[in-house]
Design a protein around this ligand. Structure first.
Ligand code: TYD
Length: 139
């Protein structure tokens, strides 16, 4: 089974009361990995495409904690899927070896990314043909 089939939307419980909303994301409980890294992306607009890579070791969960964006995932064999991130209590889980593009950012988009690994540029595949070759090799 290709890892693209493990991509899924996650819904986190909301602990709202009259003071507002609270969303909790705990590693290995609400998402399928221990969190080693968090970063967030904002100030991107409708024209920008980010991501454009696959990862050999990092798994990710992306959450639009404000605003909206879209995520396109590709398996390197011609299959792709598009997910809309438009609620602060939902996220998308992206396993290793899945190509991902983030795009169509609203002006107020704040995209929080949780990852299973510390940053290591060597585990990023930034060339789509290299990604396709690695996928073929592992079939
Ligand atoms: P990039 O991978 O292009 O961001 P994204 O794909 O999430 O839009 O990263 C932009 C720059 O930031 C690049 O020079 C690498 C650096 N960077 C880190 O140093 N640590 C990190 O955890 C990340 C995600 C990026």
């Amino acid at each position: 089974m290709h890892n693209i089939n493990k991509v899924q939307m996650l819904e986190f419980p909301q602990h709202g009361d009259e003071r507002g909303h609270l969303v909790i994301v705990e590693g290995t409980k609400d998402i399928p990995f221990e969190i080693k890294r968090a970063f967030y992306i904002y100030g991107s607009d409708k024209e920008v495409v980010r991501g454009q890579h696959a990862n050999r070791r990092s798994e990710f969960v992306l959450i639009n904690v404000a605003g909206t964006s879209k995520v396109r995932v590709k398996d390197g064999e011609g299959n792709e899927a598009i997910f809309c991130l438009n609620r602060p209590h939902t996220g998308i889980y992206i396993p290793t070896m899945v190509w991902k593009d983030m795009y169509d950012f609203s002006a107020d988009s704040v995209l929080l990314v949780l990852s299973s690994e510390h940053y290591d540029p060597d585990e990023y595949i930034r060339n789509y043909e290299d990604f396709q070759m690695e996928i073929c090799r592992n079939l």
